[in-house]
Design a protein around this ligand. Structure first.
Ligand code: ATP
Ligand code: MG
Length: 191
């Protein structure tokens, strides 16, 4: 039997070009800090709401509808990106990110989406929602004190931007890096 067609997908907030440009600028500033840091292409920068992984074509259709339904019930809101950090910790950085200020609207959007996905058969996300914008991934277990200090002292501040739609994104993992393709860009509720 042929294996059913599957896609790797996630739901995210796309960023305005001004924010991607600021991310690019920060990556350039830190660019030569450590060759083990793989920077996310500025055009790929995004804010993940929910990673779904490999799902069948039929489920992609269903998620598309869920995303559209949720978006139509949530009003546009502002997101303020500020500060930087490392996941899981500065001692063992695997991802270097830009932070998202406390944001009840964003948490609400995540919860509504989570409930909708649960209703259509997806298990609940087990990890707590901790929104962040991944700028780079670190491919070694340990980094030097110099790199740690540089990451720890990196500042970031952007003007708040308006979230106007939610995107269902396909991710294809290629040797040259992941290629993202929007499958649906669902507008938030018109006010
Ligand atoms: P690469 O894996 O080649 O570095 P990528 O991480 O950009 O590329 P994906 O692995 O498809 O591409 O991930 C897409 C988005 O989903 C990213 O924001 C990633 O951080 C997030 N993500 C990936 N895997 C998980 C997971 N298991 N749990 C939560 N979020 C995830
Ligand atoms: Mg990944």
């Amino acid at each position: 039997m042929p294996s059913p067609e599957v896609s790797r997908v996630f739901i995210c907030i796309e960023l305005p070009s001004s924010i991607r440009a600021q991310g690019d600028e920060l990556q350039r500033t830190l660019g030569t800090l450590d060759r083990h840091i793989r920077w996310v292409k500025p055009s790929n920068l995004h804010l993940t709401l929910r990673f779904l992984g490999e799902i069948s074509g039929a489920r992609v259709e269903s998620v598309c509808s869920s995303v559209q339904r949720v978006a139509s019930r949530v009003e546009p809101f502002l997101v303020h990106l500020s500060g930087t950090g490392c996941f899981p910790s500065l001692r063992r950085p695997r991802a270097f990110w830009i932070g998202v200020g406390e944001n009840q609207n964003l948490t609400h959007l995540f919860k509504v989406l989570e409930d909708e996905l649960f209703s259509s058969g997806f298990a609940h996300e087990t990890r707590p929602f901790s929104p962040h914008l991944t700028l780079g991934r670190i491919r070694v277990d340990r980094v030097s004190a110099r790199v740690r200090e540089a990451l720890a002292s990196t500042k970031f501040e952007a003007a708040p931007f308006a979230v106007t739609h939610v995107t269902l994104m396909q991710s294809e993992l290629r040797n040259s890096g992941s290629v993202y393709t929007p499958l649906a860009q669902a507008p938030l509720k018109l006010t």
